[in-house]
Design a protein around this ligand. Structure first.
Ligand code: NDP
Ligand code: GDR
Length: 370
């Protein structure tokens, strides 16, 4: 039985990857951080009572900022594959916590690679590094491929650039099977609530149900190549099943503005939105609401700009070229943007219907707009 170790198992990708590897018969080990509240919502359905025999899902307390802890866990698990998904993954927050981001996302990758090297596992353990389309940053050329030059535009991206190159370096210096997946944005109903897609789908559902008045956003002109996390974790696994380790771009090849994502999310609920004004003055308003369940009136302003969400330096345009992954890995995304938006909006609608019922029955209080 193959053993996999996943850092960041409590995150969006970690949860889907753990599911995939368990389905494939792996023994799955995950590293979770100690937290004052439970932080395992996304993987609770995978939990197995550790007293049972044949337990194939195990969690270890740890942190990428602690090298002795990394060494101990790698030694204990002796993994065939490591997926390094753990990171401070929010681009905007990285401007507020740049040093921590460099430590966890940049040096954290080094700590893991060093653990494998020090323990003499360079020939046994394959490593996947969660690299990112944020490496491309300031647009040099589109679509972005494995040969496009990098120009990172945030402390997050600069830290990930170190993670990218230290992975390449360990591959070349020590002959390790280590590779970078340069993944473009991927989303799902499990996406963190402060990333723009989930923020939008949550708000669309909450506004429709009368739980929120307005949605405040930053740069609506940014363009992203959005795929589904389920498809992308399949690509991660495929990268570690090759003869030789190589780096791959994973993307859909289609790009969309944030504004269009907002329009599609509200349209999924039967709410037609229009936009007027420019820059900080731009608003999104109801043109028509086809769903009688939602008490929204034409002209009502649902979307407004809050410059607090602008970034000091922005990545304006991402569109990936996944040709290499398609040819060499046989990878194909199964979701298009319409299917992704539909799944996310419907999941949030179901989630917040429960809140609406509880509120109506007096069992909950209305939270302020997010
Ligand atoms: P999430 O933010 O959902 O998950 C991040 C995970 O990393 C969480 O489990 C988090 O733990 C953990 N983590 C954070 N800091 C540390 C630390 N110091 N030590 C150990 N674990 C830590 O991210 P995603 O699942 O979306 O992304 C997975 C990886 O892929 C990340 O590295 C991200 O940067 C990268 N990536 C993501 C893309 C995307 O579009 N989703 C695209 C390209 C790359 P906790 O739950 O305790 O916070
Ligand atoms: P990103 O994702 O920065 O691409 O990083 P995010 O969803 O945060 O932003 C996408 C774009 O939307 C614009 N935007 C807003 N973003 C947020 N979060 N909140 C807002 O209110 C808002 N308004 C507009 C942003 O300016 C940006 O242009 C994600 C993360 O998962 C990284 O870890 C990963 O490496 C990259 O995707 C690929």
């Amino acid at each position: 039985m193959k053993k996999a170790l996943i850092t960041g198992i409590t995150g969006q990708d970690g949860s889907y990857l753990a599911e995939l590897l368990l389905e494939k018969g792996y023994e799955v080990h995950g590293i979770k951080r100690r937290s004052s509240l439970f932080n395992t919502d996304r993987i609770d359905h995978l939990y197995q009572d550790q007293h049972e025999s044949d337990v194939r899902f195990k969690l270890h307390f740890g942190d990428l900022s602690d090298s002795t802890n990394m060494i101990r866990i790698v030694q204990e698990v002796q993994p065939d594959e490591i997926y390094n998904l753990g990171a401070m993954s929010h681009v905007k927050v990285s401007f507020d916590a740049p040093e921590y981001t460099a430590d966890a996302d940049g040096v954290g990758t080094l700590r893991l690679l060093e653990a494998v090297r020090i323990l003499g596992l360079t020939k046994k353990t394959k490593i996947y590094q969660a690299s990112t389309s944020e490496l491309y940053g300031l647009v040099q050329q589109v679509p972005q491929s494995e040969t496009t030059p990098f120009y990172p535009r945030s402390p997050y991206a600069v830290a990930k650039l170190y993670g990218y190159w230290i992975t390449v370096n360990y591959r070349e210096a020590y002959g390790m099977y280590a590779c970078n997946g340069i993944l473009f944005n991927h989303e799902s109903p499990r996406r963190g609530e402060t990333f723009v897609t989930r923020k939008i789908t949550r708000a669309a559902a909450r506004i429709a149900l009368g739980l929120q008045q307005q949605l405040f956003l930053g740069n609506l002109d940014a363009q992203r190549d959005w795929g589904h996390a389920k498809d992308y974790v399949e690509a991660m696994w495929r990268m570690l099943q090759q003869e030789t380790p190589e780096d791959f771009v994973i993307a859909t090849g289609v790009t969309t503005t944030v504004r269009e994502f907002v329009r599609l999310a509200f349209a999924e609920l039967g709410i037609e939105l229009g936009f007027r004004g420019e820059g900080v003055e731009e608003t999104g308003y109801v043109i028509a609401c086809a769903n009688p369940e939602f008490a929204l009136l034409p002209g009502q302003i649902l979307v407004a700009i809050d410059p607090a969400y602008y970034r000091p330096t922005e990545v304006e345009l991402l569109i990936g070229d996944p040709t290499k992954a398609k040819t060499q890995l046989g990878w194909e995304p199964s979701y298009d943007l319409a299917a992704l938006v539909q799944e996310m909006v419907q999941a949030d609608l179901a989630l917040f219907r429960r809140d609406a019922y509880l509120l109506e029955a007096g069992h909950a209080v209305l939270l302020h707009d997010e």
